[in-house]
Design a protein around this ligand. Structure first.
Ligand code: G3P
Ligand code: CA
Length: 379
């Protein structure tokens, strides 16, 4: 989990096995459930551009989103946080220290502070302390310059998008490309923002309604690591919701706050999936919940999570594939440099064969080619 942790994560409760909850499946699972949610017009497996094409451009910029579409992403992901004046903007977390040039703005120097966010201390600059007009003075930067030095070429080129701008962009691009451009919008730290009086869900629902994207068949997915955020959204709009699941031993932050003892291991049991299917149309599990890795870092046998979720009508959009060795299962790494590309195609093949409906990828071009290979292999 080291690499995922470096990209921003939630707390864990202990060191339980990743395969807890879903049993290990002896063969590759491809169960097809009657009544499974089938988003119209989306190929299976669909390619979800993770934060755009974040393997090649600073994440959550129009440079990253445009490239994701050019590279063949079917869906483009946004992470959403709120500004002080209540606008939804596209950032992976409310701490914008690592992904903008805010530290270079002397006029904002006194906004640097330390806060507890979902139980973790963070020191930096936070979106809720800035108006949208102030956020628009900042420029986006590469999150992991040590690993993706090439992307730093684009530091400062783009501003931070609002979700409303993204909706308008998707509409324009859809017209231009003659196909719907799907979005996959995640509420980030929803309990935290609600306590600040900046509830994300109502703001998101308002925007979706304004642009007619509040329907069951709208080309948008809504995702969150906090199930209560998806429950809240399901009461406001028909747009399909996806519950994100991290490691088996982790606990959604809203559960922690509410004293709900369940962990992700409980949510991937048949009972847990039944509960999710009561208000969501899909799950977004960590890839390790679909194929756990052994102590050697190599893929083991798939769990029953794919067929179990499909049996309940849920689609699966697991995360996150990245081409660099450091992010790949051990048997697909090539050479000693963690930043070099490994055999990502081999890893995609393994994950696609489990029957997943889509995958979040920092490299949509690789994910797309692998998906085409996979579909061809299936005739
Ligand atoms: O939302 C799917 C995937 O993006 C979850 O991880 O932390 O990158 O938002 P994260
Ligand atoms: Ca996300």
């Amino acid at each position: 989990m080291g690499q995922e942790q470096r990209l921003g994560r939630r707390t864990v409760l202990g060191a339980a096995a990743l395969s807890a909850g879903a049993a290990v499946l002896g063969t590759t699972g491809t169960a097809q459930a009657a009544g499974r949610f089938r988003p119209s017009g989306l190929p299976v497996p669909a390619v979800i551009g993770h934060r755009g094409a974040s393997g090649y451009r600073p994440e959550h910029t129009f440079g990253s989103y445009d490239l994701a579409l050019d590279m063949g992403a079917d869906i483009v992901e946004q992470d959403l946080v709120a500004t002080k004046d209540g606008h939804l903007i596209c950032r992976h977390e409310n701490d914008i220290t690592a992904t903008t040039d805010v530290a270079d703005h002397p006029e904002f120097a006194d906004r640097r502070t330390t806060k507890s966010v979902d139980g973790e201390e963070h020191t930096g600059w936070f979106t809720e302390d800035f108006t949208l007009a102030e956020i628009k003075k900042l420029r986006a930067t590469e999150r992991i310059p040590g690993q993706r030095q090439q992307n730093t070429l684009y530091n400062g080129r783009w501003t931070v998008p609002t979700f409303e701008e993204v909706i308008q962009w998707a509409h324009r691009e859809g017209k231009k490309r003659g196909r719907p451009v799907w979005l996959h919008a995640e509420t980030k730290h929803p309990s935290y923002f609600r306590k600040l009086g900046l509830g994300l869900e109502e703001r998101l629902a308002r925007l979706l309604r304004k642009y007619g994207l509040h329907r069951r068949n709208s080309p948008v997915f809504l995702q969150s690591f906090e199930p209560s955020s998806i429950q809240r959204l399901s009461k406001l709009v028909g747009t399909p919701g996806v519950v994100l699941l991290w490691t088996a031993d982790s606990q959604p932050w809203d559960f922690t706050e509410a004293g709900d003892p369940r962990t992700v291991a409980d949510l991937v049991t048949p009972e847990g999936l039944d509960w999710i299917a009561g208000y969501a149309r899909g799950i977004g599990p960590l890839l390790d919940l679909i194929i756990p890795k052994g102590p050697d870092g190599q893929l083991g046998e798939p769990t029953t999570l794919v067929p179990d979720a499909h049996d309940r009508g849920l689609v699966l959009h697991p995360y996150t594939m990245r081409n660099e060795n450091s992010f790949l299962p051990a048997e697909f790494r090539r050479g000693d440099n963690p930043n070099d590309y490994g055999d990502a195609f081999g890893a995609y093949r393994m994950y696609y064969e489990t029957g997943i409906d889509g995958i979040f990828s920092d490299n949509p071009d690789t994910a797309r080619l692998a998906a085409e290979d996979f579909r061809r292999s299936r005739g």
